[in-house]
Structures are given as structure tokens and as C-alpha cells.
Design a protein around this ligand. Structure first.
Ligand code: 4AD
Ligand code: MG
Length: 464
């Protein structure tokens, strides 16, 4: 008999009522007496498990089945019975149960609640818990919604390289890619590392952002995006920094900073709409168990426009706030997490774009404003997370760009391609990067980035 997925039963229960079907999954829990037993079976096709009823009298293998350990894989043939009065809408009365793969008695995930810290010690098994079923379904649906959003607007999806030879953010936090034997690195006559002898004939790194490559394609397709992994060797042990994370980076031609913010806002609204339709059970669970008030908060976000404030005004608000920050806010400095959260959680109580940042603390490619000291940049701050998006209008004026290379100590020869984009039909354009894990944190209420990545890579930790 062909296996039916549990999600199909939840969609079309009436169609299967009182017929014999076959399901397969992993045992979440077992309860039994000498006459009756109950298995809670999950196959991961949907959030809710299936209740399987076992009767000693009619099931020849009863004793063997109830002796199974939690975590075992089984297939069950049985009759589906609708149970409109009960907590679950139906149950499966087993006629035959086949063991597909036994589980050892030391299976660590029992029905009780485990802490997220405990689950972090077993990244290979934690996907079998309710929390990770909810989080990773949301993550998957979010990724789909992002592609769906850009596709519906005719954007071209560009796969930008993961191995790169330039530092987009100029922050020097890159992982090196090399085939050198660390015990025997070739040196030049001057004693420097001889990258000419390395695999690519030059120094290469893992990318921190696909932006510069995306810009090349935006100058041909107008509207493009890249969505892929980024790597940062930031040695910051925080709840929202990972060494490997995913980033969504659209790049739009003939567009300015206002268009850029509108795009980010539209994208987030599209994702929320999809999530409410596709992940209702997951959101209910997360609201009940992980983050009380989550659904109401997300509904409010979907319904109201995001706030906008300039960096200069934001500094003024922080200084006037009367709050005791660990670091006082001062014009010219970056916003600390405590400042970000104060602005979005206390002042605006919703997502807020902070625009027009001091040139000194932002990347070389951002467009200089007429005041000569700020750039057309925006950060989107959201409650609970802080910075979710960073973007800007790009400097399209060749002379200003050359000044920026000099100011930031960059070698203009390494950025020849980037200057060329301006020399050959360079136009006004803008883009942003959205940290995908931070988005999933925001949408699930999960507080630590380690719990929204399947196998997190952070400073000092890379399991498997
Ligand atoms: O603000 P960032 O550094 O911007 C860029 O990389 C631009 N090149 C993007 C662009 O304009 N195309 O990074 C963008 C976002 C941040 O707002 C944050 O959400 C996320 O990427 N991010 C991280 N997420 C997890 N771990 C880290 N270490 C992150 N660093 C940045
Ligand atoms: Mg940033």
C-alpha cells in the first residue's frame, strides 16, 4: 500500500475516513497498558502528529510495538477514524505495525520539555522536536516567500560567488581560502606569503556579501537579487552574530534610497502574508511556547507602515531619552544594540528605518549626501533583534568613488571593475542586505541565532 503523509490526512481527512491506509514516521511518545497502547507519530510533513491506537486483542505484534523506544521509525497500516469530540480530529486504528528502524533506549529526546541550550548539544537530533519543526518550517517558507516576492516582480536571481578576492565591507573580517600547507607556506624573497603560488594565483577569501557582484548584474538586468551564504570572522560572541549566515541582497537600478526602503518594506509584508497562510500551526505553537504575543506583534507589523528617522534625529532622541545606556549615544558613533532596541521597542514600537549615517562609520560604496558628511544609507531596526537590514544608495559618481577608495585606504586597482561600472553607463542605483537568520529570529521569537541555523557556525564552535 502506498504511504500517505500525515499532512495529507490533515488536509483531506474526510476522504480517508473509515478506509485502510498506510503511514510512516518516527515515534514521539508511547503510552500503553496491557490492553491498549497509543503512539504519537510524526513524519515531519506537518506540525501535528498522528495518534495511532493499538489494541492487544487485534494486533498480533502488540507486545513488540509497545516495547519500542521513543525515536523508532515505524510504518503503520490501519483504519482512519474521525474523532470530532476528541482533542485530535482523527486517529489511526492499527491493523499492522512494521518496525522500519529501532531506536536505542538512550534516545535523548523524551516527551518532556528540553531547554534550547540542551538541544544545542545535539544538532543532529534536535530537528525532531516541536520547536525545531516549527522554526525550520518557518525558515523554509520564508525562503520560498522571498523568491516568490522577487520573482513576482521580475527580478533576476543571480548566484554570486562564494569565493572572492575583494572585501565588500572593507571590515577585514574574512576567512581565507587556500590550498597551502599551513606548516609549509611559500614565501617571497622578502619573506611575505607568496600568494602567486596559491590555488588561484592570488589571495582568496569567503565572501562577506554578494553586493558588488550583484551591482554588475543590476547594470544589465535593472532588478536583481542574490540569496546565499555569507561568512564573517567576527569574533563577537553574541546571540545575533554567526560566522556563516545567509543574506538576501537585492540591487535595483534607476532607484534611490527611498525606493530601496520601499522595496524592503514590501518584501517583509509579502513574507508575513505568506507566513500567516502557510505556517499557522507553527506560529500558534511559537506564540504559546516560545514568545507570548508573537502573532499579535506580527499582525501589527503587517498592518502599519514602518517608521523612518534620520540618524541625526535618532541620536537626538537617544540623548533626550533620560535612559542610562552603557555607552552614551554620540553623533559619529555606531548605534549599539541597546540604542537600536530602545529606538525600535520604546520610541517607535515597530520597525524603523534609520537613514543618512555619518560617512566615517559606513562602507566605501555608499553615496555621499550633499552635506558632505553623511551617506544615503539605511538600517532597518526591528523589536527583539535590532538591525535586520543594512542598505544604501550606491555612489555612482566616479570622482566621489575614487575619493572614497582613498579615504578608506582601498587599492583602486583591486576595484577596477567597480569603477568601470560607473564609467560605462553607470546610473543611480541602490540595494540592501537582509540577514536571513535575523529575519527568522524576528518571525519566530527565537532569541539566539544558534537556534535558527541547522548547524550553526560561530566563533569557537562548528559541530560536524
Ligand atoms: O549591514 P551589512 O554588513 O551590509 C552588507 O553586507 C551590505 N553589503 C548589504 C547590501 O547592501 N547588499 O549586512 C547586512 C545584514 C545585517 O543587517 C544583518 O542582518 C546581517 O546582514 N548580518 C549578520 N547576520 C548574522 N551574523 C552576522 N555575523 C551578520 N553580519 C551581518
Ligand atoms: Mg550593517
Amino acid at each position: 500500500m502506498k504511504r500517505v503523509e500525515i499532512s495529507e490526512l490533515y488536509r483531506n481527512a474526510a476522504q480517508y475516513a473509515d478506509t485502510e491506509i498506510c503511514v510512516a514516521g518516527w515515534v514521539r511518545s508511547i503510552r500503553s497498558s496491557n490492553r491498549f497502547g497509543f503512539l504519537s507519530l510524526s513524519d515531519g510533513s506537518c506540525f501535528d502528529p498522528l495518534q495511532v491506537v493499538l489494541e492487544a486483542e487485534s494486533l498480533a505484534e502488540y507486545d513488540a510495538v509497545v516495547a519500542q523506544n521513543v525515536g523508532a521509525a515505524v510504518s503503520v497500516t490501519g483504519k482512519l477514524t474521525l474523532t470530532p469530540q476528541a482533542q485530535q480530529p482523527f486517529e489511526l486504528h492499527a491493523v499492522a505495525v512494521k518496525s522500519e528502524g529501532e531506536s536505542a533506549p538512550d534516545y535523548p529526546l523524551q516527551k518532556k520539555r528540553h531547554t534550547l541550550e540542551f538541544l544545542r548539544t545535539m544538532p543532529h537530533l534536535r530537528a525532531r522536536t516541536n520547536t525545531f519543526q516549527a522554526v525550520f518550517r518557518v525558515r523554509s517558507e520564508c525562503a520560498f516567500a522571498i523568491h516568490d516576492f522577487f520573482h513576482s516582480r521580475g527580478f533576476v536571481y543571480v548566484h554570486t560567488p562564494i569565493i572572492t578576492t575583494n572585501d565588500c565591507e572593507g571590515a577585514g573580517e574574512m576567512f581565507r581560502v587556500t590550498t597551502f600547507d599551513p606548516a609549509n607556506v611559500p614565501l617571497t624573497d622578502e619573506g611575505a606569503v607568496d600568494y602567486n603560488k596559491d590555488f588561484f594565483g592570488r589571495a582568496a577569501m569567503l565572501t562577506v556579501s554578494g553586493q558588488l557582484a550583484a551591482e554588475c548584474f543590476a547594470m544589465a538586468f535593472s532588478n536583481v537579487y542574490t540569496f546565499g551564504p555569507a561568512f564573517r570572522a567576527e569574533n563577537s560572541n553574541t546571540a545575533r552574530h554567526a560566522a556563516e549566515f545567509w543574506m538576501v541582497e537585492p540591487e535595483i537600478a534607476f532607484a534611490d534610497l527611498a525606493d530601496d526602503m520601499e522595496l524592503a518594506e514590501d518584501m517583509l509584508r509579502h513574507i508575513l502574508k505568506h507566513l500567516f497562510a502557510a505556517c499557522q500551526r507553527e506560529l500558534e505553537f511559537l506564540d504559546a511556547r516560545i514568545c507570548p504575543g508573537l502573532i499579535a506583534r506580527l499582525e501589527a507589523v503587517a498592518g502599519a507602515p514602518f517608521a523612518r528617522v534620520s540618524y541625526t534625529e535618532a541620536i537626538g532622541l537617544l540623548q533626550k531619552s533620560g535612559e542610562r545606556f552603557a555607552y552614551p549615544a554620540e553623533w559619529g558613533g555606531d548605534l549599539a544594540t541597546e540604542h537600536e532596541r530602545y529606538l525600535t521597542e520604546k520610541v517607535f514600537e515597530r520597525p524603523v528605518f534609520v537613514t543618512d549615517w555619518p560617512q566615517e562609520i559606513k562602507a566605501f560604496y555608499m553615496r555621499q549626501n550633499d552635506d558632505g558628511r553623511t551617506v544615503a544609507a539605511m538600517d532597518l531596526l526591528v523589536p527583539g533583534v535590532g538591525e535586520l537590514v543594512g542598505g544604501s544608495q550606491r555612489e555612482e559618481r566616479t570622482d566621489r568613488l575614487r575619493q572614497a577608495y582613498e579615504r578608506c585606504g582601498l587599492n583602486p586597482e583591486s576595484y577596477g571593475f567597480y569603477t568601470d561600472l560607473r564609467r560605462f553607463g553607470g546610473t543611480k542605483h541602490a540595494g540592501f542586505g537582509l540577514g536571513f537568520e535575523r529575519l527568522v529570529m524576528y518571525l519566530t521569537g527565537i532569541a539566539n541565532i544558534r537556534d535558527v541555523e541547522a548547524f550553526p557556525r560561530t566563533a569557537g564552535s562548528a559541530e560536524f
